[in-house]
Design a protein around this ligand. Structure first.
Ligand SMILES: *[C@@H]1O[C@H](CO)[C@@H](O)[C@H](O)[C@H]1NC(C)=O
Ligand SMILES: *[C@@H]1O[C@H](CO)[C@@H](O)[C@H](O)[C@H]1NC(C)=O
Ligand SMILES: *[C@@H]1O[C@H](CO)[C@@H](O)[C@H](O)[C@H]1NC(C)=O
Ligand SMILES: *[C@@H]1O[C@H](CO)[C@@H](O)[C@H](O)[C@H]1NC(C)=O
Ligand SMILES: *[C@@H]1O[C@H](CO)[C@@H](O)[C@H](O)[C@H]1NC(C)=O
Ligand SMILES: CC(=O)N[C@H]1CO[C@H](CO)[C@@H](O)[C@@H]1O
Length: 446
């Protein structure tokens, strides 16, 4: 069963769209992540207030280290970063990495530009002029470059192969406002394969979608959307392999998933900022790795959190039902058969509740919980010859093992014997016991 689930998970998550450099895993509606995150990188490593994160299809992770103006790169999620690129920026908000490993970096604060670091020549050059920081960056499948400008309430686009550095405005008017052709402090952006532009329209508390060549947006989440779900200053929107949205809802310190017909809070669902593994404090951006795990920049906690995908199918984990003897047994609580009791009587198990054909018993209370599995001196357990279990108890729930009960008499620790079967139920054992061959013999317990 486990193997089958793993195959489903692998099939479901290794799929990625051709043409994109990042991961877009497919998730079932029953997908579950561990909502207690592990910290992938902390302040010692990434400095203060990390904003953007990018994970490529080979699970290389790129993060901007804002204080020293460098890009940190991890290969295969190694515990420590493998490479740094000095990029000469300050307060960079965003980055994007293309298929050929070119890195686009917001350098608006420092020099009013989007820079590109090209692997081939290890050079950094400005490729787009901007008036202010790009609070979101994206490169679509035709290699056009998009910049979201919170300060000018607009989205800019520069077509691939354009010789100019100056982009054109494709969404927003330059003034903040709530109507369909306006934005208010846009942050993260995403462009799908049909060139539809998704914008985290932060101060309008909504996600806007601009279809190709449209200047009027459609509200697809948050204030004004068809499905009522209140967002609070969303700063990022990312699509999975089925074009379902994941939203970083910064003001409420949480991550939201959209499913057909609704929205669901995934992480930070207490809505209170904090440092616990299940809390965030003003998250900014998120990204998927190729296994469907989710990485979030947790800005005010100066860390990057990783939420592991733990289930990605709708198959209920069907527990093998326990054997019927786990619920149909006779309970024995009689303390006189416990090895620690002082002998006051001499009894024999050739009487009720034991029978010659045998049945299932569970020990509890004063009797103890199980047959003793070592030799007991004679004249104990309220009898003459003391019965002890010579065998191994089953270790896994639902399993059964067989052994022998030996009766200690004289100098012979196994003067008489009979077979015994033991079943491990959830947290106790049941024993199939038959009446011993003669009197006075008795099963001893502990
Ligand atoms: C990346 O760094 C980690 C930890 O320093 C190291 O174990 C790993 O081998 C490195 N990977 C590569 C490809 O250099
Ligand atoms: C960094 O940027 C400054 C200002 O644009 C420039 O003077 C300096 O040469 C740059 N340094 C490097 C290493 O590119
Ligand atoms: C390096 O890469 C850039 C961007 O991909 C390209 O414009 C340039 O021609 C390349 N240079 C060389 C020497 O290949
Ligand atoms: C319980 O076990 C006894 C015999 O040990 C059997 O006769 C009876 O039918 C069982 N009851 C159930 C509910 O399985
Ligand atoms: C008796 O059972 C206990 C618990 O299963 C086990 O740890 C121990 O080794 C057994 N002793 C012998 C002598 O088999
Ligand atoms: C096999 C064995 O040792 N049997 C002994 C068990 O105890 C009775 C009673 O003392 C003896 O008669 C048997 O010889």
């Amino acid at each position: 069963m486990l193997t089958k689930n793993w195959i489903i998970i692998l099939l479901a998550t290794t799929y990625t769209c051709l043409g994109t450099s990042f991961n877009q895993p497919k998730f079932s509606s029953c997908a579950k992540w561990n909502d207690a995150a592990t910290t992938f990188a902390d302040q010692n490593c990434i400095g203060q207030q990390p904003t953007d994160i990018f994970i490529n299809r080979h699970d290389k992770i790129f993060v901007t280290e804002r204080q020293n103006g460098q890009i940190l790169i991890w290969y295969k999620q190694s515990p420590f970063y493998n490479k740094t690129i000095m990029a000469n920026f300050t307060n960079s908000w965003s980055l994007f990495v293309t298929e050929n490993n070119d890195i686009y970096i917001d350098n608006g604060f420092h020099k009013n530009a989007v820079d590109r670091w090209s692997r081939n020549g290890s050079v950094i050059e400005s490729v787009m002029e901007v008036a202010s920081s790009c609070t979101g960056l994206f490169v679509d499948i035709l290699k056009s470059l998009y910049c979201s400008s919170s300060e000018s309430h607009s989205i800019y686009k520069l077509d691939h192969n354009s010789n100019a550095l100056r982009p054109r405005v494709i969404a927003g008017t330059g003034c903040s406002g709530p109507v369909m052709n306006m934005l208010d402090h846009p942050h993260g952006i995403f462009v799908d394969k049909d060139f539809r532009l998704y914008v985290a329209d932060s101060r309008n508390n909504r996600i806007q979608r601009f279809d190709r060549d449209e200047t009027n947006g459609i509200t697809i989440a948050g204030f004004g959307a068809e499905v009522i779900f209140i967002l609070d200053r969303p700063t990022d929107v990312v699509l999975d392999g089925d074009d379902h949205m994941f939203i970083v809802d910064s003001g409420k310190h949480r991550i939201i998933r959209s499913l057909s017909g609704g929205f669901k809070c995934l992480f930070g669902c207490s809505h209170t900022p904090g440092t616990a593994p299940d809390q965030l404090n003003e998250p900014y951006a998120m990204a998927f790795d190729s296994n469907g795990n989710i990485f979030v920049t947790d800005v005010r906690n100066h860390r990057i959190q990783k939420f592991d995908l733990i289930q990605n199918d709708c198959v209920q984990s069907t527990m093998t039902p326990l054997p019927t003897q786990c619920s149909n047994y006779t309970l024995i609580t009689d303390s006189t058969r416990n090895i620690n009791s002082v002998r006051t009587t001499v009894l024999c198990d050739r009487q009720s509740p034991m029978t010659v054909s045998g049945s299932w018993f569970r020990f509890s209370g004063g009797a103890g919980t199980m047959l003793v599995n070592y030799t007991v001196p004679i004249h104990q357990c309220g009898t003459h010859a003391t019965g002890w279990f010579n065998g191994a108890f089953p270790s896994e729930t639902g399993t059964i093992s067989s052994g022998t009960t030996c009766y200690h008499w004289g100098n012979n620790i196994c003067n008489w014997s009979n077979g015994v079967t033991v079943t491990k139920c959830s947290d106790f054992y049941v024993f199939f016991l038959v009446a011993p061959p003669v009197c006075s013999l008795r099963y001893c317990t502990v």
